[in-house]
Ligand binder design. Structure first.
Ligand code: PGA
Length: 292
């Protein structure tokens, strides 16, 4: 079981199944890690991106979120290096503040003009990569099979894949969401998948609409039931996040749903204050409970 001690003397153990034990000098608390991930997409020009990363880092250095909350920032490829340097100034361990990319190519190197491989991303200090976002499925014709190849490539390079799944509005309204999610899980995840899953209903992305608590609870319960079938074991706990029009207003309610392990944030991650407000809301909503 991996154990790490951070600079605040907090020890983090990550068992395969039950989450992490956060142990402070005073009390022993059990929780699973929670995630807030910012996906800048193809937005924020160079200077804006650097400033944004610096502002977020400065605030997290001054007031670090609790140890169980992991923040990941995913800028465009061109900003990976600069943002990585900015994040280092927060002086937080990489479990608590990390860099991610938004895609990678399935091959590690070769004559693929314009593409970026997982090892290249890893070289720049990233630890995560978003794969299978609906915008890539839609705009680049990415199939589940291609996404699965990318998951393999990312894992082989030492990156943690963050795989996105989600149904379109028509599929939801026709009662086909469950079969769409099942097909995506079966097709895009590898059998021994070690990564993060983000449920992002396509109709919620950039629309200002979020599913009701009941719907989210139902969909995440379904996803959690489908995962062990794909992974062929119930011994691996895959964090399941929600994404789609998350702001600081909805974050507390979303994060307080037990099945939700975090949020993937698009537009609201493009402004330091709104992203920090989401981090604060997520921290507050998921404070670890003392174990009995
Ligand atoms: P949004 O994007 O928060 O702007 O809806 C979320 C996403 O696409 O990851």
């Amino acid at each position: 079981m991996p154990t790490q001690i951070d600079q605040h003397g907090v020890s983090l153990s990550l068992p395969k199944r039950s989450g992490c034990i956060v142990q402070t000098g005073e009390s022993r608390m059990t929780t699973v890690p929670k995630f807030v991930i910012g996906n800048w997409k193809m937005q924020a020009r160079h200077e804006h991106g650097l400033q944004l990363a610096r502002d977020v880092s400065r605030r997290l250095k001054d007031t670090p979120p609790p140890a169980h909350l992991h923040t990941i920032i995913c800028p465009p490829f061109t900003q990976l290096d600069g943002v990585n340097q900015a994040l280092k100034t927060a002086d937080l361990p990489h479990e608590r503040l990390a860099l991610g990319a938004q895609d990678c190519y399935p091959a590690s190197s070769g004559p693929f003009t314009g593409d970026i491989s997982a090892p290249m991303i890893r070289d720049l200090g990233a630890r995560y990569v978003i794969l299978g976002h609906s915008e890539r499925r839609q705009n680049h014709g990415e199939t589940d099979a291609i996404i699965r190849q990318k998951v393999k490539a990312a894992t082989a390079a030492g990156l943690v894949p963050i795989v996105c799944i989600g149904e379109h509005l028509a599929e939801r309204n026709e009662g086909r969401a469950a079969s769409v999610l099942s097909t995506q899980i079966e097709g895009s995840l590898t059998r021994g998948f070690r990564g993060i899953l983000a449920y992002e209903p396509v109709w919620a992305i950039g629309s200002g609409i979020t599913p009701s608590r009941e719907e989210l609870q139902r969909k995440l319960t379904l996803i959690r039931a489908l995962l062990p079938m794909r992974l062929m074991t119930d011994d691996i706990r895959v964090p399941v996040l929600y994404g789609g029009s998350v702001t600081a207003v909805q974050a507390p309610s979303i994060m307080s749903i037990e099945a939700v392990d975090g949020v993937l944030v698009g537009s609201a991650s493009l402004e330091a204050q709104s992203f920090l407000d989401i981090i604060d809301a997520a921290a507050e909503a998921t404070l670890p409970q003392p174990s009995p």
